[in-house]
Design a protein around this ligand. Structure first.
Ligand SMILES: NC(=O)c1ccc[n+]([C@@H]2O[C@H](COP(=O)([O-])OP(=O)(O)OC[C@H]3O[C@@H](n4cnc5c(N)ncnc54)[C@H](OP(=O)(O)O)[C@@H]3O)[C@@H](O)[C@H]2O)c1
Length: 333
């Protein structure tokens, strides 16, 4: 490992963001107890955003991008990991304030690593990646809120996205009836049904012409990726004692609502944050992703596998909305 390749964003003298490949040496890597030879990473929207001016994603320049990775340990100064162990990492500062997965080697704090669970290859771990773990967290949260397959339909918004697609596949595997909200009713119909969606609706059908604090009861639960006006609209449509796992902000950060769904219907709003998760929960959920929650259609979730060399154009495609469904997997080594 004398020198290796990494995709970085930097700021030039005028403060403008520049992106491209650099040749790095081991001493260029940040501090951490474990060095990983990276096999795969993936593209999440946050990675694409990180290449943009004033994105607010990057904590410190220059930054090696890639908010998740899987690979093999080549050096370790802690007993919990040894050379040859297969591992994965995501969240914390990875790819935003600490050298990430778009690099042939990464050095990370041991606390951020999870042993690759039985039942998953290094590639499959990144087909899930951050999006898949987040989907698993929302599934876990809904189950703990008491939402069962018998409770009724579950709404998944942003259905063709990474989080939405994997959530649909897991819910369907566990016997839930899933209604997928997508703007691509025709183009993505086959894809979403193959993943296990029982029916499809356009997101506009969720937003009511005259928003009401308590609307017609439609959903036992929801996994919500869109944010903005979708949040109060969905809350107003949840059955008594149902729950909403709130993940994303695709259409905006702000929402305006009332307390009525909470105090008159006992609806629960469950915040999902995949960035800082206890080691115990990470291990538990990755085990489920490799076992009883692993969808049979995992290959269907791969939009494209790209070599590290072409990650820049794939990031641009994601930013320009040219990526229509599922997940980009990045093959690093
Ligand atoms: N809380 C966390 O820890 C966490 C972790 C991961 C991701 N996230 C967030 O979760 C969200 C989803 O992530 P992702 O990786 O699945 O993103 P993604 O792959 O970009 O998917 C987002 C989906 O949203 C839909 N969409 C996009 N623009 C829309 C619009 N203007 N109106 C309605 N629908 C629109 C699209 O689905 P259709 O084409 O099917 O309509 C798209 O596929 C993002 O906001 C992301 O930042 C949060």
């Amino acid at each position: 490992m004398d020198s290796f390749k990494a995709f970085r964003v930097k700021q030039d003298e005028d403060g403008m963001v520049q992106k491209g490949f650099d040749t790095l040496r081991k001493e260029d890597l940040p501090e951490g107890e474990v060095v990983v030879k990276v096999a795969y990473s993936s593209i999440n929207y946050k990675d694409a955003l990180a290449t943009q001016e004033n994105s607010g994603v990057i904590r410190e320049f220059p930054a090696v991008l890639g908010i998740d990775l899987s690979g093999t340990v080549v050096e370790s100064s802690v007993p919990s990991f040894k050379e040859g162990d297969e591992v994965l990492a995501f969240g914390f500062q990875l790819g935003v304030g600490h050298s990430g997965g778009y690099s042939e080697y990464a050095r990370v704090p041991a606390d951020w690593l999870t042993a690759l669970p039985t039942g998953l290859s290094l590639k499959e771990a990144m087909v899930f990646g951050t999006a898949g773990f987040t989907a698993a967290q929302s599934m876990h949260a809904l189950q703990h809120a008491g939402v069962t397959p018998e409770s009724g339909d579950i709404l998944v918004t942003g259905a063709t996205g990474g989080v939405g697609s994997i959530t649909i596949a897991i819910l369907s595997k566990l016997g839930y009836s899933v209604v997928a909200a997508t703007r691509q009713l025709d183009e993505a119909g086959d894809y979403l049904r193959k993943l296990g969606a029982s029916s499809l609706i356009h997101p506009d059908e969720i937003l009511l012409d005259k928003p009401r604090p308590l609307a017609k009861r439609r959903w036992a639960g929801a996994v919500e990726n869109l944010g903005g006006d979708f949040v109060p609209a969905i809350l107003s449509q949840i059955n008594p004692n149902g729950a909403v796992a709130l993940i994303g902000n695709v259409t905006g950060h702000r929402f305006k609502g009332t307390v009525l769904p909470f105090i008159l219907r006992g609806v629960q709003l469950l915040g999902i944050n995949s960035v800082e998760v206890s080691s115990q929960l990470r291990t538990e959920l990755w085990k489920l992703l490799g076992g009883e929650w692993k969808p049979e259609q995992l290959d269907e979730l791969v939009y494209e596998e790209v070599p590290l060399d072409t990650v820049e154009s794939a990031l641009e495609t994601v930013l320009n909305g040219g990526h229509r469904q599922g997940r980009y997997v990045v093959k690093v080594k």
